[in-house]
Design a binder for this molecule. Sequence first.
Ligand code: ZN
Length: 251
Amino acid sequence: MRYLILSDIHANWAALQAVKAHVRRKRFDRVVFLGDAVGYGASPNQVLEWIRSLGPALDAVRGNHDRVCSGLDSAEYFNRFARQAATWTLNHLEERNLEFLRSFPEGPFGLTDDVAICHGSSVDEDAYIFSAHDAQLAFAGLPHQLIFFGHTHVPSLFMLREDNGKQTLKVRLLSGRRIVLDLDPDRRYLINPGSVGQPRDRDPRAAYAILDTDQRRIYLYRVAYSASVARRRILNAGLPPVLGDRLLYGA
Ligand code: ZN
């Protein structure tokens, strides 16, 4: 089985279109979405219509922005710009997309006996996994060998190995246009494929991954797209300009 893995699209239609074009010749059976379809960007309806069109081929968990932008939660913990974007999104979502957004389940969610997905962490959908300590808590929260997460917008990898009760944890940031990871059956993995629509690792290219469970291999890609088009849409929508500017730098 091959899974296309997408996270943190954030209503960036230009970035999602570039990813769709990039995967056109790659085979995948299912699409996995790790949350934050909307918020920040200016194309929430287009993004949600595409995700909705996947029908039963989709496995998804909700992100914190999905919750707030659909009115399921208040924006009190958001900064000023995120709050403005959430209000704008709620006011601009078409009814059927709003309903669809509200239907995203809370993570974590087990795809198979070996693979699970979550938005923030396996123990808390809103927690960030940046440090080895964060990763340890997330590994302890689920039995799966491979856990995909989003939320930080930084492509990253945590590998856990246990030898006679002694744990070794390795951390790696994943940068580059194409990375291939072969999964070792004696290790556990936490992997963030990066963000489609608002990368924050100083690389403005859209990020996504493909998991091949037969080959036991993960491919991570970065795809150039016109961030200036996404920025222009944000400015034209009257959203905070900083939300457009940051796309140019991947910040
Ligand atoms: Zn996000």
